[in-house]
Design a protein around this ligand. Structure first.
Ligand code: SF4
Ligand code: SF4
Length: 355
């Protein structure tokens, strides 16, 4: 951390806050959560302190790094009436400082790559996202443990780091391994006094991620099968989920790849100034599918169907892959424990051959 501070980065890392793992500013290693593991299940999240002294034994908390780039609410621009009667309009871009994030998981890096594809499209780059994204330095870490809700192995996004980090890291029983992910990461490595990894350490690293992969019992089928959700639009299981789903939108708020937002124009009472704000929106909000007075998806079952089919099938057409990176957050944080892997299995079960 000292090297990063010396280079002008503020450092964010995982800390325990409100009984969850959250990204917060950390200035010393002492602030990291020692021996903290996360027990997760459908609608269940609990942190437990175990006797090991690992700092990265936890599985992710409710948020990936999405909110650090795509703010849950922010002003886009403001305007005011000038004395000469003209209207002055100003874009309001965020002020950012170089930020290093410690302990980003493979699934969250895969989600970030998808968010980049959306927010940094050459045709319509989002300036608010871009300015924050360019200030990031990412220290990824292999997962040595999986939560019961993780299924990144089946989506091909973890538990080992793939790409998209500046510095790679693995936590072993007796220390850490670091490797270069980018030119910026190389610069940091060159400033550290590191010993070359031994073969035993490299084997331990591989065994740890193999163990994490073997701990996963949920899975999604391959992308070709997922496209067959389009052939299940009238399946009775949508209504069964619709009976249970609260339309609360938790799943979309915690999903690291969901990017929907709505905008609102607010004028001051004197009518002399106004601002445009945006905030996260969700397939589950009543207004998400409104066209004038007409709501396209008035029923919860239709909203869930929209979310699942777009995420798993529609994204393949838009972004070349499914929008799910197997983080399992939507399962953990659904208050009624709806599990998308079970939903997919029920919708595709027995129907693949005749679809
Ligand atoms: S759909 Fe669920 S499991 Fe997939 S990326 Fe989103 S939150 Fe994670
Ligand atoms: S699936 Fe769960 S988290 Fe998502 S809207 Fe329904 S009740 Fe809420």
């Amino acid at each position: 951390m000292d090297v990063l501070h010396h280079l002008g980065y503020r450092t964010l890392g995982p800390v325990v806050d409100a009984e969850t793992i959250q990204w917060r500013q950390v200035d010393t290693v002492d602030a990291l959560p020692t021996g903290v593991h996360a027990r997760q299940g459908a609608g269940e999240y609990r942190l437990e302190v175990q006797s090991d002294d690992r700092l990265f034994a936890w599985n992710h908390g409710p948020q990936a790094i999405k909110p650090l780039l795509f703010s849950a609410e922010e002003r886009l621009w403001r305007e005011r009436l000038m004395v000469d009667g003209q209207i002055e309009t100003k874009q309001t871009l965020p002020e950012v400082e170089p930020t290093a994030i410690f302990g980003v998981r493979a699934c969250d890096l895969a989600a970030l790559a998808l968010q980049d594809r959306h927010f940094l499209s050459p045709q319509h780059p989002d300036p608010h996202y871009k300015i924050r994204r360019e200030a990031l330095f990412l220290i990824g870490i292999d997962c040595a443990f999986s939560a019961a809700t993780c299924f990144c192995t089946s989506t091909g996004d973890g538990p080992s780091l793939g790409e998209g980090f500046d510095l790679g890291m693995a936590e072993l029983d007796d220390g850490y391994l670091f490797w270069r992910g980018s030119a910026k990461g190389s610069e940091i490595i060159d400033r550290l006094s590191l010993e070359p990894a031994t073969e035993a350490q490299l084997n331990s690293m591989i065994q740890a991620t193999d163990r994490a992969a073997a701990q996963q019992h949920r899975f999604l089928p391959g992308e070709t099968e997922l496209k067959q959700l389009y052939d299940r639009l009238n399946h009775e299981h949508w209504d069964e989920i619709g009976e249970r789903c609260l339309s609360c939108g938790n799943c979309t708020a915690v999903c690291p790849t969901c990017f929907c937002y709505s905008t609102g124009y607010q004028r001051t009472l004197d009518g002399r100034s106004a601002e445009m704000k945006r905030q996260w929106d969700s397939c589950f909000s009543p207004t998400h599918s409104s066209m004038g007075q007409f709501m396209v998806r008035g029923e919860t079952a239709l909203r869930y169907r929209q979310w699942l089919t777009h995420k798993l099938a529609g994204w393949q057409e838009q972004f070349g892959r499914s929008g799910c990176v197997g983080c399992g957050r939507c399962i953990t944080w659904c208050p009624v424990g709806i599990d998308l892997t079970q939903a997919v299995a029920a919708l595709l079960d027995g129907g693949l051959a005749d679809a």
